[in-house]
Structure formats: structure tokens, C-alpha cells
Design a protein around this ligand. Structure first.
Ligand code: GLN
Length: 293
């Protein structure tokens, strides 16, 4: 039976003074509810609590763990067992080989979103100093990844959340990537501007499905309305005014939304240039241009 966070606290306290191996074993048991992820998460949380590397934890199982670190670990385990994303507890998440700061103000960057970055880079390949706009940038993941690969690109990241932009800004400074960040509801802050590529991973989860682990992430980054398509209606309507001739709109979408999104796009004067599946084989990205198919 899975141990509750409280039992974990008792178990860890009982092993004082504790060895690394004993604390790791107790942490794994306390995180059993996570299934296959329990062992790795236990190691990463203990690394965070002790300031040691995972390699050090595994190489020196007999080393003692200070009581203060055990207490810190107990708090982290209670939050992880309660469903908080590991990335929020560690404060970092890797995306497109960049270490990004994340916190509860931003969606945790997902591996499948790297597909959107690749599509944007492909789109920029023939352009010099492409103007790129990331709508709803959150942690800045997409904008930063594009800029890291294309230093000549003029990248703008917009978000309606000032708290999210603060995270994006810190990421850019730490990574040394020059990006223009603007607080903006959709395109409000870029009136009169046009871009070669507009990218968005907008909220697309059906309102009724924002449950479980998702409740720990910002609702405005996930909730796409009753049918999950509200954000696309805004983007499809307003993006044309901000697209240069020959430009493209790249949208991430839910695995079950390709047909509905393609139909919405067609009805609003777009054509699908490419439809891309993620590494898990799920429908994930549409590349759109203005015009009739
Ligand atoms: N891919 C995310 C999820 O399904 C949703 C991201 C989004 O709404 N943009 O958890």
C-alpha cells in the first residue's frame, strides 16, 4: 500500500541519524503513488534538499543526511505526493537543451512542444533575421529555444500574465538571449506589427478536463473553454493582421483536436501546409498559411 506523506515523515524521522541509502529508500516508498517515477523523483528531490548531485547520492550511500535536509525533503515529498509537478519543486525544467526556471506562474514546458520549436526553425530556415512572435510565452520556452538556435532572429514573446513574463525575462537574462517581452492579451501589444512566424502553444484543454495534476498549473495556460478551442478562435481571427506575406502560423493542439482545428482554420481563410505528429505518434502541430487549400 502506498505510504502517505505523513507516514513518510515518521519513517524518515525514525531513521535518524540517517544514511543517504536509508533516506532514499524511505523517500521512494513515500512516493510509490508515482509508480515508475518514484525512484527518480526521490533522487532528484533528495539532491535538491541536500545540494548534492544525484551521482553523489548514489556513489556515497553511507554518507549521513543532515536533519535539516531530511526536513526539507519531507516537505518536498508531501508536495510531490500531493500532485505538484516535480519541475515546480526543483524550480527548473529542461526544454530544448535549455535549463529553464519555472514556477507555479507558468505552464511546465512539455517535451512534445519541442516539435513546435522545430517547425518554427524549419519555417525560419530560408529567412534572414526572421521576425518571430510567441503568443502566450509563459516561461519563454518556445521563444528562448528559437532564439538559441537562430541568434539573428528578432524574437518577441507576449503573455497576458506579468508573473509569467517575469519568469521568461529571468530565463532570457540567465541564458544571455535577447528577446523582447511584452505584456499583452493576444496581439494587443503588437498592434501594427507583422511577423514571419507566429507560434503559439495556447490553452487547449477542455475546461472539464483541467483536473488531477493539471490543477497545480495556471488555469489560464491550460483551459481552452468548453470545447478546448477558444484560444484558436482568437488566434485564427487576429493573426492575419500580424503576418507578413509568406508568413506562417504554427499552433500546438491536443491530440484529439486536429480535425476540429483544421476545420476552424479553413472556415477562417487559412490552409494547412503541414500537420505534424509528436514522438508519441499523437497529432500535435498544424502549420497554417493564409489562403485557400
Ligand atoms: N499539453 C498540455 C497537457 O495536455 C496542455 C498544454 C496547453 O493547454 N497548451 O497537459
Amino acid at each position: 500500500m502506498a505510504m502517505t506523506a505523513e507516514h513518510a515523515v515518521d519513517a524518515l524521522a525514525a531513521t535518524q541519524p540517517a544514511t543517504t541509502a536509508a533516506v532514499l529508500a524511505a523517500a521512494r516508498r513515500a512516493l510509490a503513488v508515482l509508480g515508475d517515477a518514484a525512484a527518480l523523483d526521490a533522487e532528484l528531490l533528495l539532491a535538491a534538499a541536500t545540494g548534492r548531485t544525484r551521482a553523489s547520492l548514489l556513489a556515497f550511500p553511507e554518507r549521513g543526511v543532515p536533519a535539516v535536509a531530511v526536513r526539507a525533503l519531507e516537505a518536498l515529498i508531501a508536495r510531490r505526493a500531493g500532485g505538484e509537478p516535480l519541475a515546480y519543486l526543483l524550480g527548473v525544467r529542461e526544454f530544448f537543451s535549455l535549463d529553464l526556471e519555472v514556477n507555479a506562474s507558468v505552464l511546465v514546458p512539455r517535451p512534445e512542444t519541442e516539435l513546435l520549436v522545430e517547425a518554427a526553425l524549419a519555417r525560419c530556415a530560408r529567412l534572414v533575421q526572421p521576425a518571430v512572435l510567441d503568443v502566450g510565452t509563459g516561461s519563454g520556452a518556445i521563444a528562448l529555444a528559437v532564439k538559441s538556435e537562430r541568434r539573428d532572429a528578432q524574437v518577441t514573446g507576449v503573455d497576458t500574465s506579468a508573473a509569467a513574463l517575469a519568469v521568461a525575462r529571468r530565463n532570457a537574462v540567465r541564458l544571455g538571449l535577447a528577446i523582447r517581452w511584452l505584456e499583452s492579451t493576444w496581439f494587443s501589444a503588437v498592434a501594427g506589427e507583422a511577423f514571419d512566424v507566429i507560434i503559439s502553444n495556447p490553452p487547449y484543454v477542455h475546461s472539464a478536463d483541467v483536473v488531477g495534476a493539471l490543477v497545480h498549473e495556471p488555469r489560464q495556460a491550460l483551459d481552452g473553454g468548453p470545447d478546448g478551442l477558444d484560444a484558436y478562435r482568437e488566434l485564427l481571427r487576429d493573426a492575419p493582421a500580424h503576418l507578413r506575406a509568406g508568413g506562417a502560423l504554427l499552433l500546438e493542439h491536443g491530440a484529439d483536436q486536429r480535425d476540429a482545428l483544421a476545420a476552424l482554420a479553413a472556415a477562417t481563410g487559412w490552409r494547412v501546409v503541414r500537420a505534424l505528429d509528436d514522438l508519441a505518434g499523437r497529432a500535435r502541430v498544424l502549420e497554417l498559411e493564409r489562403g485557400i487549400a
